[in-house]
Structures are given as C-alpha cells and as structure tokens.
Design a protein around this ligand. Sequence first.
Ligand SMILES: Cc1cc(-c2ccco2)c2oc(N)nc2c1
Length: 156
Amino acid sequence: MTARKLLSLVFVRKQAEILLGLKKRGFGEGKWNGFGGKVEANETILQGAIRELKEECGLSTSELRKIGFLEFEFESDPTLLEVHVFETYKYHGEVTESDEMRPQWYDLKNIPFEKMWPDDAYWFPYMFREEPFKGYFLYRGIDLILKHKLEKLDLE
Ligand SMILES: Cc1cc(-c2ccco2)c2oc(N)nc2c1
C-alpha cells in the first residue's frame, strides 16, 4: 500500500497575470510556484489550501475553484504526493512576503518555467484555458521527469 501525502497548491489570478512565490527554504527551495503545502489531519483540503495561502502570501479568499489534480512520485521515495490545485480571482488583503515565500506577479506570457518545477510547463496551459486537468509525474531528483500522464478532467 503506497503512502500518500496530501498537499494543496493555490494560484491567485488576475485577467493577464498570476501570483507566484519564490520558495525561500525547504521542499522546492529556489523554485517559483503557487502557494500551498501539507494538508493537516484536522482540516479539509480546502481549509488547508486557504490556510497555506494566507500563511505564505497574506491573501485571504473564500472562493477557491478546483482546477486540477496531480500525483507525483520520486524514483527514490515510496511516498506518493497527491496535490490538489486551486485558483482564485477573488481574494482580499495585501500581498506580503513570508518566511516561506517571496510573492511576485507574473504576466501569463512571461512565466519563469526554467525556475519552476518542470511539470508546470505541461499543465499550466490547461490552467490558462480554464480546462481542469489530472496528471501524474515520475521524477528522478527534482529536475528530471522520467514519465508522465496528463489529461483533461471532467469536474461536473
Ligand atoms: C513534486 C512536486 C511537488 C509540488 C508541490 C509542493 C507543494 C505543493 O505542490 C509541485 O508543485 C508544482 N507546481 N510542481 C510540483 C512537483
């Protein structure tokens, strides 16, 4: 039985921009990503996503839309990461740097994919088209994808 770890990942959007954060320490350090992390045992995935967003960049939201479901495995590790991806266009508060993340708005035409997890280049186009997606990525280390699957997801 494969151990699964539940993670949230939230992207804050404007019409032509997306808020990314530079991870300052820990897992994924040095990569730009959405905001998220481990879902605790005493919260739902949605509650965990809202909590991490506030902790990592200071923004609050009550309207997260589920946009994708990703599973990650590493060749060297038995744990499967189950990542629930959300987006929001409705949020409030001030974007604030945290110990974990340095937030920055990016134009959709200028995403720093070379400084992000490699899988992002595969599924960001689905997110930009507002097409829900489901993907699986097998990594060797943190920069090489050995195998992947990606498909549209019918959320209705
Ligand atoms: C292996 C992996 C993990 C995550 C992650 C960490 C916290 C939430 O998701 C990723 O995020 C992205 N964009 N690619 C990712 C690959």
